[in-house]
Design a protein. Sequence first.
Length: 159
Amino acid sequence: MKQQQGFTLIELVVVITILGILAAIALPRFAALQADARVAKMNGAMGSVKGAAAMAHGMLIARGFDASFTGTPVPNIIIEGTTVAYTNGYPTEASIVPLAGLAAPDYVIAGLTAPRIAAPDAGHTGVAPLPDCTISYTAPAAANTLPTYAIAATLATCS
């Protein structure tokens, strides 16, 4: 008589039940981690935007231009291959995106409504009906003022 080896039906049912319970617990935690990652990504992008704006403003002053200069300086100020255009001493909205290193495929930068400049992915651009997990930048509206920065990235909007 041959002895058969393998799992009994009860053992298989128990293993499948345990796997189901683990999946039910792990799946919501995994989804929450994705939202946390998007928020962290947008916080990092905002830091990059602020740093790029400060660097470009400092470069403008160091080259001898007025702190509230508007336009493209001559000779051009070129940072990381980007010719910087200024509004009241800070980079324009069009200049800040490449200065900050925000580019596809890491970020969505096209098709956003102003003043949004970057989104973490195509599913979180803030364009209706998609959730708004974006960062925004607005160059200063007047001389001797700072740019406006805004971040719409929260766990609720980035999930």
